[in-house]
Design a protein around this ligand. Structure first.
Ligand code: ADP
Length: 204
C-alpha cells in the first residue's frame, strides 16, 4: 500500500490545468506529470516517443492510448512511494485510459485519489489560449495555432468529457470554478486536495 496521493486535473484546453499543476508541485512538493509537456519535449528532442507522437500532437488529435499508458506506467514506477503525491494533468483523457489507469492505481496500492474538474466555458478558454499565443509570439506552442485549438476543443468534448462524466458517476469528482485569477483558482484547488474525506477508488 502506498501513501502517495494521486491528483487528476481535468478540464478543457485552456482551463488552467498546467498552471494549477505547477502551483501544486511548488507548494506541496508533488510531482507534476503533464503528458502534453512530456510529448512536446520528446518532439523537440526527436526521441523515439517524439517521432511517434509528433503527427498527432501537431494535428490536435490524441496520441494512441498504448503509448500514453506505457509512459504513465514508467513514471509511476519511478515516483510512487518516493514523493507525497503525483499530479496528472492531461491524463486520463479517454475512457480507455481512465479504465486502464484504475488498474495501475490498484497495482500500486494508491489509497488517495482526488479528481478535480476545472470548469471554464469554451469561449473563455479559447480566449486564454489566444492570449497565451499573443504573449508568447517568439515561442509559439506547436499546437496553439487557431485551427489546432479548434480541433483540441472538439477532441475534449468527444473524448474527455466522458472521462469527467465517468468520475462523476463514481462519486469522486470535485468540480471547481476555473474562472478567476490563478491565485483564486489555486485557493479552491488547494482546499479540494487538502480535504480529508477524499473518496478512494482503490478499495482493498
Ligand atoms: P491541452 O489540454 O491544453 O490541449 P496538453 O498539453 O494537455 O494540452 O496536450 C497537448 C497534446 O498532447 C494533445 O492535443 C494530444 O495530442 C497530446 N496528449 C496529451 N495528453 C494525452 C493523452 N493522455 N492521450 C493522448 N494524447 C495526449
Amino acid at each position: 500500500m502506498s501513501q502517495t496521493t494521486v491528483v487528476i486535473l481535468l478540464g478543457r484546453p485552456g482551463s488552467g490545468k498546467g498552471t494549477q499543476g505547477e502551483l501544486l508541485r511548488e507548494q506541496l512538493g508533488y510531482a507534476h506529470i503533464s503528458t502534453g509537456e512530456i510529448l512536446r519535449s520528446a518532439i523537440r528532442e526527436h526521441t523515439e516517443l517524439g517521432l511517434k507522437a509528433q503527427g498527432f500532437v501537431e494535428a490536435g488529435s490524441l496520441v494512441p492510448d498504448a503509448l500514453i499508458l506505457s509512459l504513465i506506467s514508467e513514471r509511476m514506477h519511478q515516483l510512487v512511494g518516493r514523493i507525497p503525491g503525483i499530479i496528472f494533468d492531461g491524463f486520463p483523457r479517454t475512457l480507455p485510459q481512465a479504465v486502464a489507469f484504475q488498474e495501475v492505481i490498484l497495482k500500486f496500492g494508491i489509497r488517495q485519489l482526488v479528481v478535480i474538474e476545472l470548469k471554464l466555458p469554451h469561449q473563455v478558454a479559447s480566449e486564454r489560449i489566444q492570449y497565451r499565443e499573443a504573449s508568447n509570439a517568439g515561442q509559439l506552442r506547436l499546437d496553439d495555432r487557431d485551427e489546432v485549438v479548434v480541433a483540441r476543443m472538439a477532441v475534449f468534448e468527444r473524448e474527455t468529457q466522458p472521462v469527467i462524466d465517468h468520475y462523476e458517476r463514481l462519486g469522486v469528482l470535485v468540480s471547481l470554478e476555473g474562472a478567476g485569477s490563478r491565485e483564486e483558482v489555486f485557493g479552491r484547488v488547494k482546499l479540494a486536495v487538502g480535504a480529508q474525506d477524499h473518496q478512494c477508488l482503490a478499495k482493498p
